[in-house]
Design a protein around this ligand. Sequence first.
Ligand SMILES: NC(=O)c1ccc[n+]([C@@H]2O[C@H](COP(=O)([O-])OP(=O)(O)OC[C@H]3O[C@@H](n4cnc5c(N)ncnc54)[C@H](OP(=O)(O)O)[C@@H]3O)[C@@H](O)[C@H]2O)c1
Length: 235
Amino acid sequence: MTQKPTLIITGSSSGIGKAATLRLLEAGYHIIGISRRAGQFTHADFQAIDMDLAKPDELPKKLEQITAQHSQIDGIIFCAGSGRFGSLEEFSYQQIRSVIDLNLSSQIYLTRAFLPILKKQNSGDLIYIGSEAALSGGKRGAVYSAAKFGLRGFTQALRQECASNNIRVTLINPGMVRTEFFNTLDFSPGADTSNAIEPQDIAEMILSVLKMRPGTVIDEINLSPQKNVIRFGNK
Ligand SMILES: NC(=O)c1ccc[n+]([C@@H]2O[C@H](COP(=O)([O-])OP(=O)(O)OC[C@H]3O[C@@H](n4cnc5c(N)ncnc54)[C@H](OP(=O)(O)O)[C@@H]3O)[C@@H](O)[C@H]2O)c1
């Protein structure tokens, strides 16, 4: 029996990460899901790791335990993240740190932990979920954009660093996607199907990136809802 290719997906419990998990299980991958509620999802080819990625001081030790158990990883899909928006002085210092820790530092730490395995096997896909906020800054988005612009710079540099090891680095930058992301925010996409990307659309993109012929890298993908309608206030 041939072993199924194995992918790590962060944020597998909800939204984009959950849609990617379901699509890639269907496509025949073995998935290791990481999030605080990863264990809620069960499937014969799914392994859950409950972990809080917003605690960077605890990550190196926990990641070391995972890398020790996995010598073959075919790719990592970084979907865990959350948004917090407001003018800068509305953020406490702790809130600034927490946005950066989850949306930027944890992605760098996780990459750092698994890169030796990918380099040793001389292959792998690293797929990060950025945002339209990685491409241009907007009102009330200074801290979130700082994290997402940082992630974009990180992926551009990493792509060059990893090319000689046949590791491909991709950044996907969506506009509004209809997920739980908006549950804690004071705005959300309009109700029409053209007002938001569906998480399944991003899952299809991820599968296309993985299926691309070895030797070609999809550097970045930008997606938007066809009609950008934002609802403010209570839903
Ligand atoms: N939705 C949008 O409009 C949109 C647009 C552009 C970019 N994005 C980006 O897309 C990514 C996924 O967002 P989404 O829309 O799918 O949101 P979502 O439905 O809220 O899912 C977020 C995922 O991140 C995980 N997560 C959150 N905090 C975590 C923590 N401290 N430790 C570990 N896992 C954590 C959550 O799992 P647990 O709660 O189980 O921990 C959940 O699985 C994020 O990076 C976001 O910035 C979203």
